[in-house]
Structures are given as structure tokens and as C-alpha cells.
Design a protein around this ligand. Sequence first.
Ligand SMILES: [Zn+2]
Length: 148
Amino acid sequence: MTNPFRQVLEQSVVVFSQNYLPVCRVNIKRAIVLLVTEKAEPLDFSSEQSGWLVRSPSVVVQVPKHIRLKIASSERTWKAPPVNRREVLRRDRHTCQYCGSSKHLTLDHVIPRSRGGQHKWDNVVTACERCNSKKETRCLTKQECIPV
Ligand SMILES: [Zn+2]
């Protein structure tokens, strides 16, 4: 094992729905529970797929970086984390999604709320104050917003 056990437990796993859509991220302990209870199965995207080998006194579990839910109607049994600053910044690795800056970060609605954009995972990104104010409500695509 290259990783100390504690470090492994801090890793997160991406959960996909039955339709192979990313639903959310869970910590590795939650992922193990889903795998062991057969609510999810490992999902491999590439041959270089790596994961973590987690040992407990009774079981050894190979935990992949991506898992797919096997249970139906995941929306009802599965609650995605709330769209809040902490979770969005984490997903976007604390970088502005327009220019890559890691300073003065805010949340930005890709389609502005004034134009009907929703406060949902696929419409909220991390943006620095500069890009956010530059964008105002005119831009619709990321490319338009890259500062020159
Ligand atoms: Zn920026």
C-alpha cells in the first residue's frame, strides 16, 4: 500500500446513476458501504483506472474511483449534496473555471438566474470576482468569458 490508511479514507469517489450520469461525490467510506451492500458496482472508464485497496479486519475492498448505482430511482433514495460554496469549490478544485485563478473565488451561474438559469450543479461554477463581474449577464459560454 502506497497510501497510509487515513489518507485513503479522505479520498472521494464519483457516483454515477444507472444512466451513467454523474450524480455526486461521496467519501470513500460511503462508497464502500454502497459496494458492500450491492447498491453500487465499480465503473471503469479506462484501462489505467486506479482505485484504492481498503482493508478492514474482516474484508478487503477494491474501491474504484467511479461507481455506478444499481438501485432504481436513485433520485428518491439518493440525495445529491446541496449546491453550496464549499461543495462547488471542491468540485472545481478551487480554481476559477474561466481563467484558472485561485484567488477571490465566487460562485457564478453559467446561465444567469435573470435568464432562467437554475441554482443546480450543472449551472453553477467557480469563478473569480474579476471573471464574474466581467461576465455580467451577457455571456452564455465559457469561451466568451475568458479575459484578454
Ligand atoms: Zn477568473
